[in-house]
Every structure is written in structure tokens, then in C-alpha cells.
Design a protein around this ligand. Sequence first.
Ligand code: IVH
Length: 678
Amino acid sequence: MLDHEENKLIERMRQLIRLLSQHNHAYYVMDQPTISDHEYDQLFHQLTALEEKYPQYVQADTPTQKVGGKALNKFLTVQHVVPMLSLGNVFKQDDLFAFARRVEERLPQQNIQYDVELKLDGLAISLWYEQGVLIKGVTRGDGETGEDITQNVKTIRNLPKVLTAKTPVPALLEVRGEVLMPKSGFEKLNAYHEGLGEKTFANPRNAAAGSLRQLDPKVAASRPLAFYAYGIAQCEPMHDLDSMHESLHWLTTLGFDIAERQFLCESIVEVQEKYEQIQQERENLSVEIDGMVVKVDSLKQQKQLGFLSREPRWATAYKFPAVAALTKVEHIDWQVGRTGALTPVARLQPVAVGGVVVSNVTLHNIGEIQRLDVRVGDTVSVYRTGDVIPKVERVWHDLRIDDLEIITLPTQCPVCDSPVAMPEGEALARCSGGLFCAAQRIEAIRHFVSRKAMDIEGLGDRWVESLLHLELLKDVSDIYQLHLHREQLLKLEKMGEKSVQNLIDAIERSKKITLARFIYALGIRGVGETTARMLAHHFEHLDALRTAQLEELQKVPDVGTITAEWILDFFQAQHNIDVIDKLMTLGLVWDVPVASTTQPFNGQSWVLTGTLSELTREQATQMLQALGARVSGSVSGKTKCVVAGEKAGSKLEKAQKLGIETLSEQAFIQLMQSHGQL
Ligand code: IVH
């Protein structure tokens, strides 16, 4: 009789098996994967971990014992003479070094070199050449049998149909490699499909798979596919080759393309260095890769090492860190923002995603919670690409064992208990407490002092919180009276004489501000930096903006009916007017707008290109705008001047061709100094 725990364990294994086989089918048979490779790997690992721990419960149909999916019946099935096996994976340096140790242990006293290749993210195929003529192309299938896709591979442009060689070509040559769709071709293909209103491909890998599976070779021919060779399965008579890198070089002399990077490393430490280098260069490559493949370079050593079950001992895939990871939702909190908006945030069991540990992720709004049907206790996939904020991509409902409570919108603000309202037609719920709500007050102050607003350096989050707590800050105007409370400030933790003075100086400096920044600092809903600049430009004086009617507001580019109403609401709230008046009496001033004709660069169009090293683009833009210039993204006959930083490319070339003035960053800095901007 199985007890409850055992039942749960088996249930979990069965869930994982069901999911994995569903996804295997979707991936191998339908070319429509429903999850990423990383997620698949993680589920697979969860299952293998359970099986290792509880071998007595390994299920008969577990996919951990098979290599891949079955071939479709559409094409003829072909048995591989030399099976197409897969590679073991490593994800981190320790595991790579362990791989090298295993190799070294089997090859004592031998000098080992490693061949490092890109791990191309496409489809493995095998090509047969008889007397130098392409006879057959076969997919990997399940590794033992694949599909005959000869007609389709013949349409791949960079794939040699007849081998070229100075020496006699071998009677039989079987070449292995990857078919993929280069990134540029993939984008064009998807754009084309979108234009026709047809389904687009999720990624270049699926586009390549879908194209190779076309029964009509004309369709395959229209797809931008490419083939890169990475190995030789058979060669008769054997060509004189000693190593991987020699083999690949020989293949290029026969007319094959190989991937755009390949390295020969003297040590495993050097392999690790290449891993870091390739990761940096990944974005700039013409094709998608998901890691690199590390192979013992010597073919003799490869033979000595042989295989362990279905994987070579002489090679491993060194994969890039996952950009998706599975984890559990521990809580869902509601955060109250500056405008009172309630944002649900999922608190997660910390998990590494693409090298960064993620423990919080925004769920945006209640609609998103409902769409995902996410609940506390759920297993979720978290994605992160580049600098992009991590997001919950998927909730694993199939992995839910217990009944979990449905998440609903709170009826009261979690900070001030005021009722929560959800205006019709809006996605966000809001706390109705306004500045009575401490969360809204603190966020309003944070925003006011932030770098792009009043830029009061030194008034960080912790101080704002303490000052609110001490009631030295109730609204933003109190900032300008902090100098009257020097004694109390000095008593605060970590507040020495010097930091208090610095803070007071920073506050004093911030009194002289541009109207645009001040409008932005007010934190009016819908008014970001650009809109604030446009409002300042249009109204020139705060009073004009304060008393503007709806129609006048809507004349400003960027301001639609909704933002116009929000601006109107803001200036109708007595509390806001009181704060602004107080700020004025406390000495806030902005430059009276300079009549535009006195601006020396008035009407000029400037372009910034390349990397600036001393200035940020934002600073350079602001200086130019202050002098009356417009900063544009493209060079044309109307461009007055191009400022070219490091690695300036086509824009600089175009400017030179058109005979437009160009300035180096240094020359630009001097010019700005001469106009009092620096
Ligand atoms: S060598 C014995 N080299 O990775 C297997 N494979 O997980 C030898 N792949 O199915 C494979 N780039 O589709 C090798 N430079 C490369 C590769 C590569 C991508 C793929 C291939 C294979 C899978 C193995």
C-alpha cells in the first residue's frame, strides 16, 4: 500500500512525463513548441532528479530513456548508418572543468587541445555525397531514423550539391551539420507573413524546421535557409585528417560553409574565456546560437574516449545561462504607486535567470493575473532578456497539486485602508486616498527629487522615508525648509555635518530649474519628460499652463484628450495649487524663456551619432535644445552639424558625403563651453 507521500511523488512524476511528452510531440512532430528549450531542460532535470532519488518509482514510459521524437510519416523514413547522437550539457564553469577532468583522467600524460565551435540553434541533418554528388539529405529524427528531405536540402543555397576539390573527392562522404535560418532572413520572412496576415514563426529555429518539413520543395526554396557543417560521419576512403579543426578546414575546401567562429584552445581555462567572449558577441552573430560545443580536437583521442550510453565522452555542449527559469510564487503583494495605482507584484522563490537572481516580478494588473490565472503556490516560468524587466511568461497549471486560492483585487488600499476604485475601462485599480496615502506621498517625493526631475542628489529613498516618518516632510515644498531643521537632520542615522551640508547645498542648487523639469517633477499623471518639455515650450509660463483649458492643452503635440484631462484635474486639486504656491514663495525660479530669436542655434537640426565618452546623449541633447537646436535621429540635407563619437558609422559617412559639418566630441564640448553650457 502506497502512503500519501509516495502517491504524491508518483503523481508528480506522471505530471512531468505527460508534460514532457506533450512538448516532445509539439516540438519534434508539429514544429510548434509550446515551451522554450530551457524550460524543457528544467522539467527534464526535475524528472531525472526524482528518478535518481527514487529509482524504484521510475515509470515505464519516461522520456528520460529516449533521445528525441519520432519522424513524421510524410517523408520517407531513412535509417542512419551512423546514429546521430546528442551531446551532454554543461551550464557553468565547474561542470566544464569536471568534463575536462573526466577527459584528462582517461588520457593521462597526453596533451589535450579543445576545438570550440558555436552551438548553432537549428536542425541537425546528415548529407550523403557519392563521388562528390549530393545523393541524400536526412533529418536527425530520433537519432536512429530520420526523414528523407533530399528535395528540400537541395534548395539550400550555400549547401554544395557537387563537391569541389583539388584532390580526388571521396567515393562516399557523410557530412553532419546544422540547417538554420539566419536572423535577417527570419525577420524578413516573418514580416512577409505578417503582411499577408499569416501566422508568424516563434523563432528562427522553428522557421527553419517548418521550412525543411515542407512537402513542396518550391516552398522550401523560397525560405532563406543556410547549412553549416560541423562534422564528418563517414568518409571512404578515409581522408588524412588528424583533428576536428583540420576536418572543418577540409570541409571548407570541398565547398561547405562552417560557422562564423571556431577556436582551438590549449587549455580548458582558455575554453572558459572563449565562452565569455562568445556570449558577448552573441548579439552580433548572423545566426542564433544557444551556447558552444567543446570537442576534444584530436580524432585519435576522440576514438580513445568513445561514448557513454548515447553521448560522446569527447564533447559537450556548454550552454548559455537560461533566460527562462522555473520557480514558485510565494506571495502576491499589491504596491501603491505615485498616482495611487495598485500593482500586483509576485514574490518568488529566488531563481537565477540569465545570470541574475530574480525574486520579484511585476504582474502589471488584475487583468494580467486573471489572464495568466496565477495563484500563490503556482510554478511559473520567469523570462528575462538583456536589460528587460523579468516577466512571468507562463503558469504551469498542470503542476498544481493542491487547490489554490484565486487572487482578487483588494477592496482597501494595503497602505492607508482607503477604498480601492477601478474606473471603468481602465486596467489599473487605484487607491482613492490621494496624498492622504503615505505610499502616494512617498512616491510623489521620490519622483520630485529624482535625477530627471529636480535632481536633488543625496535625498535617497532611505532619507525620504525617515523624513516622512519624522514628519519633516509632508509634501515636496517641505524639502525647501529642511535647512531650518539642521539639528534634527544631524540626529538621523549616518547623517554627519558634511552630508547634511551637502544635502542642503543640493537642495539650494535645485531651486534654479527649467520649467520643463519642474513640470515633470510635479508628477502629473501621463506627463513624462517629453510631454513636460512640450508643455513648457508651448506655455512658456507656469501660470499659463495652470489656467489652460482643455482645448489649449490639446494643441500641444503629445497631449491627447486623456492626458489633457489629467493635467486639468491636477491643477484643479487645491492641494496641488497650495504646494506649487509654497514652492514659489520658497524661492524656486526657472529661467524666463529666452525669446527664441536670441537662441544662437535656433532652427538648426543637429545629429548625435556614435558613442560619446564624456557626455551622455541626454546631456548633449539638453545643451543643444537649450541653445535652440533640434536634435534629430537622421542625417539629411537640412542637418546643420553631426557630432560624431566613437565608432560612428553610416550617419557620419552620410554627413561627409553631403558635405555637412561634423564635430568630434571634444570639439563639441569646447563649443558648448563657449556658449556657457558647460
Ligand atoms: S556536434 C555526437 N557541433 O547540438 C554529437 N553539434 O545536442 C555531435 N549542434 O543535435 C554533435 N552546433 O544539432 C555539434 N557545432 C556543433 C553543433 C552541434 C549545434 C547541435 C546538433 C546536435 C545537438 C547536440
